[in-house]
Structures are given as structure tokens and as C-alpha cells.
Design a protein around this ligand. Structure first.
Ligand code: FA5
Length: 346
């Protein structure tokens, strides 16, 4: 009988050691320690034994059950521990994980062009100034020799922040009285010319990069929000030749020796004479990059300068168009689509 008990004990311990999940252990637990288990069955036979044997065997069975239930507990806590660990590993989020090859961000194409323009003009001896994106009618138009009713205003599809100006634009002249204080999103960087003249003593050699806004429909060469870089030189005896020389030096420095530039007669209310600035690509085609000219005497006066004493030139180029040209991009809208496959090429 004692052999039977030992055999049942060995068998039970083997089963407990063999389970690999908590569910399996629950089944084995009731198998070896339950009523139908070998040890419990052995107990039922005790009644038939002699009193001394009954005591010894009964004790052996109790000890064996104690050993088995301890083995079950040890196994239970080991399996519980393993299962928690497995779940932690399975659910772990690796914040350092990189899918595919590692990538680093870089400045946007337009920011790169902006930075490079500043470098080139600083190399030519210019300083940098910036002005507000929300402007008054005075700085954006009036001071630039475009009084109200000037036809050139209609060339700038202006976004007004002042409702009275919106009404006035729609033709209600009674709303017009306050137009000089009306507020708008600047349509070009030229208003910064006036702010610089009002605050800096000539001689002035300044560039003014910035974001500008127009009610333009997006197409391959236009965006409603884009960037310009304004240039202003005010000194004694400045001529159109200084303007032409500066633009040609700039073209070579920014685009490289394969590009040339030309000035084409044009009209702007704030410069006289005025010209359009085009560059010629290596393939021989031309593209317009901006306007320029000799600062109009009325503009010098609006900036607080005496046109008899000072003269100067100004230019305003589209930065987005320059970025587009430098990288041979077909459509300006691609630069703003935020498609990482496009952007990471530059
Ligand atoms: C002007 O804005 C004048 N203020 C330029 C100027 C400054 C002339 C100083 C004389 C003296 P214009 O509207 O042509 O001019 O714009 C200048 C350049 O901005 C254009 O040649 C073009 O390169 C760029 N540009 C104009 N509209 C857009 C647009 N919607 N999207 C992208 N670039 C544009």
C-alpha cells in the first residue's frame, strides 16, 4: 500500500511539473488532489486496513497530499509570473523603434531659399529688416504712391481684415471715409521699404524678406500665400546702373554661372523708371522673378526723405518662384503639398 502511495505521489509531481499554462494546472490540480485522484482513492481504502497500518498509511497519504499541493502552488506562482512577463513583452511599445531607414528632418525648400538669399545679399553688403504681415492701407498702398482709386490697386487682389474696407471694395462709398486706417494682409513686401526709410538714416542697403497674401487662385506659378524678398538701396547719386549691376551679381551668386538675367521695361506706381526682372535658364527659356526700379520721389517723401538729396532703387522678387527655379520644380503647389516623398528630395 505504501508503494501505491509513493507511486501516486511521483505520478502527481510529474504531472504538475509537466504543465505549461495556468489553465492546464487547474485541470491537473483537480486530477491529482481531487476526489478521484489516486491519493484520495487510496484514502478510501484505509478503512479496510489494520489500525496500525491505517495510521501509517493515512499519515503517508496526508504528507503526500501536502507535498503535491505545495508543488501545485509553486508551479502556479511560477506560471503566473511567466504569463505577466509574456504580456508585458507582447504589449511593449518601443519608442526608439525606426521603421525603414532612419530619417532626419530639414528646412523646407522655401526656408532654404530664404536663408540662401540672406547669405547672398549679406555677402553683397546688405542688412536685413522685417515688417508686419498685417498692414494698414497707408503702408501697403498710399505711401507707395497708390492713392485710393489708383488703378494699380486692382492688380493686388487684397485680403482685408477690416469689414468696412470689404464693403467699400464692394462699391459702397459711404463706408469709405475711414479707409486710411483700414487694415489688410500685406500684398507685397514693399510696405517695409517705407517703415525702413522712416526708421533708418540713409545710406540704406537693406533686404526685407517676408510672407505676403493675395486672393490668387493656386496654379503652377501662383499661391495665395507666398514669399517675397524686397530690396532697398538709398544713397547719394544712385542710378539704374547700380540696380542692374546688383541684380546681375545676385543672379550669378544665387543661381550659378549658367543663369543670366535681364531687365524689361514695366510699370509700378512706386518706382520710376520701372522694370521686370527675368532670368534665363540654361535651356534658354526666360521666367519672371520680380519687379524693380528707381524709387519714386513720392515714395521717398512718404518715407521722410528729400528726393533732391537722396535717390535709390528697389526690387521685389518671389522667393517661392526662385526656389522652384533653383530645383527645377514644375509646379509651385508641390512645395506645399506636404508629401514627404516629394519634400525629402531637397
Ligand atoms: C510686386 O509685388 C512689387 N511690390 C515688386 C516691386 C518691388 C517692384 C519694388 C518694384 C520695386 P508683383 O506683383 O509683380 O510685384 O510680384 C513680384 C513677384 O512676386 C512676381 O514676379 C512673382 O515672382 C511673385 N509672385 C506674385 N504673385 C505670386 C503668387 N500668387 N504666388 C507666387 N509668387 C508670386
Amino acid at each position: 500500500m505504501i508503494e501505491e502511495v509513493r507511486g501516486a505521489l511521483d505520478e502527481a509531481l510529474k504531472k504538475v511539473a509537466g504543465v505549461v499554462t495556468l489553465d492546464e494546472l487547474r485541470v491537473v490540480d483537480s486530477e491529482v488532489l481531487g476526489k478521484r485522484g489516486a491519493l484520495a482513492q487510496a484514502k478510501t481504502k484505509l478503512g479496510a486496513l489494520a489500525i496500525d497500518d491505517r495510521k501509517t498509511i493515512g499519515q503517508a497519504i496526508n504528507e503526500a497530499m501536502g507535498v503535491v499541493s505545495e508543488a501545485v502552488e509553486v508551479r502556479r506562482s511560477a506560471l503566473a509570473h511567466d504569463e505577466v512577463n509574456a504580456r508585458i513583452v507582447g504589449e511593449r511599445i518601443d519608442l526608439t523603434e525606426v521603421l525603414g531607414r532612419p530619417t532626419r528632418g530639414h528646412p523646407h525648400l522655401v526656408t532654404q531659399a530664404w536663408d540662401r538669399l540672406e547669405d547672398v545679399f549679406m555677402g553683397l553688403g546688405f542688412q536685413i529688416a522685417e515688417g508686419p504681415e498685417v498692414e494698414t492701407d497707408f503702408y501697403n498702398f498710399e505711401a507707395l504712391n497708390m492713392p485710393r482709386s489708383h488703378p494699380a490697386r486692382s492688380g493686388f487682389d487684397t485680403l482685408f481684415t477690416d469689414y468696412r474696407q470689404v464693403i467699400a471694395n464692394a462699391g459702397d462709398e459711404s463706408a469709405d471715409a475711414d479707409h486710411e486706417s483700414s487694415v489688410l494682409l500685406r500684398t507685397h513686401t514693399s510696405p517695409v521699404q517705407i517703415r525702413v526709410m522712416q526708421s533708418v538714416e540713409p545710406p540704406i542697403y537693406m533686404i526685407m524678406p517676408g510672407r505676403v497674401f493675395r486672393r490668387d487662385t493656386p496654379d503652377a506659378t501662383h499661391m495665395p500665400v507666398f514669399h517675397q524678398i524686397e530690396g532697398l538701396v538709398i544713397d547719394r547719386n544712385i542710378t539704374m546702373a547700380h540696380l542692374a549691376g546688383t541684380i546681375s551679381a545676385f543672379t550669378k551668386a544665387f543661381f550659378g554661372g549658367d543663369f543670366t538675367s535681364r531687365l524689361r521695361p514695366n510699370y509700378f506706381p512706386f518706382t520710376e523708371p520701372s522694370a521686370e526682372f527675368d532670368i534665363q535658364r540654361p535651356d534658354g527659356t526666360w521666367i519672371e522673378l520680380g519687379g524693380c526700379g528707381m524709387v519714386h520721389p513720392n515714395v521717398l517723401r512718404a518715407g521722410g526723405l528729400d528726393p533732391e538729396e537722396w535717390s535709390g532703387f528697389a526690387f521685389g522678387f518671389g522667393i517661392d518662384r526662385m526656389a522652384r527655379e533653383r530645383h527645377g520644380i514644375d509646379d509651385i503647389r508641390d512645395m506645399y503639398s506636404n508629401d514627404i516623398r516629394f519634400i525629402e528630395q531637397f
